[in-house]
Design a protein around this ligand. Structure first.
Ligand code: DCP
Ligand code: MG
Length: 397
């Protein structure tokens, strides 16, 4: 199933401003060069559509109500819609604020027909958010996305097994998901007007326009798509790594990299309100040989010094036989909150509080406002290297 809200931003504005209902509403920026994000269906009757310049929209629809977007509200509504969808499936795959896929195979025991599931979800969205959703149900993701569009507005469109090719055949090629206006025009120039024309063409013909995507689009035209619904995965680890401009050989340099990455990882953990109980060190050598070593800590932590200490221990377990091109540090086995240790140790509690103060200062005044000396050291090192290079370059000239 694919769920897509009708005229999303504009509908939210009409919901929150009842005096705008039934009228042409265009959501977009105020500037002269802004474009419309979307238009209510009343405005679309005047030929206004998303991505059209506001000045053109004003020409076509002088009496339209032009409003600036309120992204915070749209995000909140989007979360609500996703939460409702999760009443009907274990997992959803959002692909935009107002659209998401869900796998509803095996729901036949709760609903007698596919239509009944679609109606139930539409009704719940309408009741809880006051907004209208269009729903498409089909044997795969691509067709479900096509189907939600085909029923709009207030749609509930089902493409049953066996009808895939026939339903797609009469549609213009630009309706094919992933075919933009430029590709559509080139397909038309090649004589492909409808998706049906593409179904019957040999792939070699399509390759002239679509290159190495020809097979994929040919399959889509035939209604074949085996991509699974990929659920949003929760964060399982937080890591930071970087590839050096030049390979490093000194243990001291590697340890500084470890410290820098530990700092970043700890900060990200605190920002997400998490702590990690496992630390992984990753080293990639000049030859691309890559080694990782992990350890579990006695308690979850979000302090840079704990992560750094663990990563340094792990470094001792890696023989440094050649130059190093990449160093990475990752925290995993994540838990919510700050870990218990701080409750029992005054010094740890102080360190946790100090880190929070540093976070707040950086948040407000930028990362350079306050930071560990090693970042300055790193910057100096990089500058040194650059000046070495500028000494060389005039000679080379
Ligand atoms: N959007 C945008 N710029 C675009 C397209 C869309 O900012 N070029 C925003 C505004 C839309 C929202 O994303 O309201 C959802 O996009 P859709 O393509 O689903 O369009 P709508 O929901 O507005 O209309 P429809 O009923 O055709 O789905
Ligand atoms: Mg939409």
């Amino acid at each position: 199933m694919h769920v897509d809200m009708d005229a999303f931003y504009a509908s939210v504005e009409q919901r929150d401003h009842p005096e705008w209902r039934g009228k042409p509403v265009i959501v977009g920026g105020k500037g002269k060069r802004s474009v419309a994000a979307t238009a209510s269906y009343e405005a679309r009757a005047y030929g206004v559509h998303s991505a059209m310049s506001i000045s053109e929209a004003k020409r076509r629809c002088p009496d339209g109500i032009f409003v600036e977007p309120r992204f915070g509200v749209y995000h909140a509504v989007s979360d609500e819609i996703h939460a409702i969808m999760l009443h009907y499936a274990d997992a959803i795959e959002p692909i935009a604020l107002d659209e998401a896929f869900m796998d509803i195979s095996g729901m036949g025991s709760q609903y007698r027909t596919l239509g009944a599931i679609g109606r139930a979800i539409k009704a719940e969205i309408r009741e809880k958010t006051g907004l209208v959703a269009s729903v498409g149900i089909a044997p795969n993701k691509f067709l479900a996305k096509m189907a939600s569009d085909m029923g709009k507005p207030d749609g509930l469109f089902i493409i049953p097994y066996g009808r895939e090719r026939a339903v797609l055949a009469p549609l213009p090629v630009r309706k094919l998901w992933g075919v933009g206006p430029v590709t559509a025009r080139r397909l038309q120039q090649m004589g492909f007007e409808t998706i049906g024309d593409m179904q019957n063409a040999p792939v070699s013909q399509l390759r002239k326009v679509l290159g190495n995507q020809a097979v994929l689009f040919h399959q889509l035209a035939l209604g074949i798509d085996s991509r699974p619904v990929e659920a949003e995965r929760e964060v399982k680890s937080i890591g930071d790594e970087s590839t050096m401009e030049e390979d490093i050989f000194d243990r001291e340099d590697i340890e500084r990299q470890i410290a820098l990455h530990s700092d970043v990882v700890a900060r990200r953990l605190r920002k997400k309100g998490l702590s990690g109980q496992a630390v992984t060190l990753k080293i990639r050598f000049a030859s691309f040989r890559t080694l990782t070593r992990s350890m579990t800590l006695s308690e979850p932590t979000r302090l840079a010094e704990d992560i750094e200490k663990a990563a340094r221990i792990l470094l001792q377990r890696i023989p440094l036989s050649e130059g190093v091109r990449l160093v990475g540090v990752t925290a995993s086995r994540l838990v919510e909150g700050e870990g218990m240790m701080n409750l029992f140790s005054e010094s740890r509690d102080r360190k946790g509080k100090a880190a929070a103060v540093v976070d707040a200062l950086q948040e407000q005044f930028g990362e350079r406002a306050i930071r560990r000396g090693l970042w300055v050291e790193q910057e100096l090192k990089e500058k040194e290297k650059k000046s070495e290079k500028t000494v060389i370059s005039p000679i080379m000239k």
